[in-house]
Design a protein around this ligand. Structure first.
Ligand SMILES: Cc1cc2nc3c(=O)[nH]c(=O)nc-3n(C[C@H](O)[C@H](O)[C@H](O)COP(=O)(O)OP(=O)(O)OC[C@H]3O[C@@H](n4cnc5c(N)ncnc54)[C@H](O)[C@@H]3O)c2cc1C
Length: 422
């Protein structure tokens, strides 16, 4: 079965594979939010930009995600400041609070047809303990001037059409998009600004010769003094070129057929995007055609396929019992790059090469913002304006393989239990 986003994207972009020898001021590897936001910014500033994408634009997390455009990270803002230090943490919190403005402004300015809807998001309390977590998050956000609103169970039931949740935290700064259409729209806009994008062009080999990076794909070569690696959880190994890695966790989604208008009218009638406080998070939203899209942590492959799918069928029934058992028309999944502290990283790989990664499940706003910020730093040479302090090439995330395994095992265990309870 295919991704809903592949089937419904109103934006299309085509880019020829790299061929022959080319030169650029900036070479970018990775055609997701980060790489394309950087390409748009750098090309707009007059740089000759060449971007290589191994598959097609949006092949990675950018074309597979839930489409929740949030203000901030998964971590509450106090935890960000505790982890990074007060000043850098406050700077990142402030920058990310404005990330939805950046995304929705770009969409509007460039006419990106991506089902953009700025109706807010609701972080739903999956249990009474979730509600106390949300109250604390509300307190921290309000202390920073965020216009968030704690909702009681009745208000959540009115807005979502289900009594399954114990309350929620509404954030009007946020919204939803069709993520693949957004990333394709960024690509179209970057092309319009002069960036040269190549799909089906895997970076296979890289050398640094006389102050220049030389990138090789199967049929071509790009030489550029500056390099941005924006391959995140989808990084493909390039021999002899080390890019730090993070834990990678799976997240899957399933979509129902469009619901009849009278049924759909009671479910998220105002169009908020939702996710919950569960340890193995669940997301819930609708698309423009009135489908319900349910998502959760997990890799639906091998034994995980049956287990996670079973859980999803029962979960939808538990949330919306009146819907009856629904057939899914689409299911798909993607890989999330999760750092051990859940803070994204900008890594100086040396010799004017940079890598950006590890949005830990929050990449639409942060990826757009950090791609732009890295491009600006590469243009001006000033790295102090970056939203996170720069890590050096020795950066190592703690036990990425083990952490990936622990998350998937936990998701399977909880979904196995969840699918068997009432
Ligand atoms: C299922 C899922 C749900 C999510 N939901 C949300 C959400 O609701 N809200 C939110 O804010 N974030 C969400 N995220 C996170 C967000 O999607 C990611 O953080 C974001 O897409 C990362 O963008 P990126 O540009 O850094 O990397 P990617 O979009 O992953 O792009 C990397 C690209 O690099 C290419 N590549 C890799 N190696 C090479 C090579 N050697 N040569 C050439 N190209 C190469 C890959 O093919 C890929 O297209 C979700 C992620 C997933 C997977």
């Amino acid at each position: 079965m295919t991704s809903l986003w592949q089937d419904t994207s109103a934006e299309h972009v085509t880019c020829a594979p790299l061929a022959g020898a080319q030169t650029a001021d900036l070479a970018i590897v990775g055609g997701g939010f980060t790489g394309l936001s950087a390409a748009l910014e750098a090309a707009g500033a007059g740089l000759r930009v060449i971007l290589l994408e191994a598959e097609t634009i949006g092949h990675g997390g950018s074309g597979r995600n839930v489409g929740l455009v949030n203000a901030g990270l998964w971590l509450p803002p106090d935890a960000v400041e505790k982890s990074m230090g007060t000043e850098p943490g406050a700077r990142l919190n402030a920058a990310l609070a404005g990330a939805p403005d950046l995304v929705f402004d770009l969409i509007q300015r460039h006419g990106i047809a991506c089902e953009a809807r700025r109706a807010g998001t609701i972080h739903l309390a999956h249990a009474p303990s979730g509600l106390s977590d949300l109250s604390e998050r509300a307190r921290q956000q309000k202390a920073r001037g965020a216009p968030v609103q704690l909702l009681d169970a009745d208000e959540v039931a009115r807005r979502t059409g289900t009594r399954h949740f114990h309350g929620g935290l509404f954030d009007p700064r946020a919204g939803t998009i069709q993520p693949l259409a957004y990333v394709r729209g960024l690509a179209r806009t970057a092309q319009g600004s002069g960036a040269i994008l190549h799909e089906n062009s895997t970076l296979e080999r890289i050398l640094h010769v006389e102050g220049q990076w030389r990138l090789h794909s199967a049929d071509g070569q790009v030489t550029a003094p500056k390099l941005l690696i924006a391959t995140n959880a989808y990084h493909r190994f390039v021999p002899g070129f080390h890019v730090p890695r993070t834990a990678v966790v799976g997240y899957f989604q399933m979509a129902t057929p469009p619901l009849p208008d009278d049924v759909a009218a009671a479910i998220l009638p105002e169009g908020e995007g939702c996710w919950d406080t569960g340890t193995v998070m669940t997301s819930l939203r609708r698309d423009r055609a009135g489908r319900i899209i349910l998502g959760a942590l997990g890799i639906p492959e091998g034994v995980g396929a049956r287990l996670h799918h079973d859980w999803a069928r029962r979960k939808l029934l538990k949330i919306f019992p009146d819907l009856g058992s629904q057939d899914w028309t689409h299911h798909w999944w993607g890989r999330i790059a999760m750092t051990s502290d859940h803070i994204p990283k900008v890594i100086d790989l040396g010799r004017d090469a940079w890598a950006v990664m590890g949005y830990s499940g929050r990449g639409i706003g942060p990826g757009t913002l950090m791609g732009r910020a890295v491009a600006q730093s590469m243009i001006t040479g000033n790295t102090t304006a970056m939203p996170v302090p720069v890590s050096d090439a020795r950066y190592r995330d703690a036990m990425p393989g083990m952490r990936s395994l622990v998350v998937e095992t936990g998701a399977r265990a909880l979904h196995w239990i969840g699918a068997r309870r009432g």
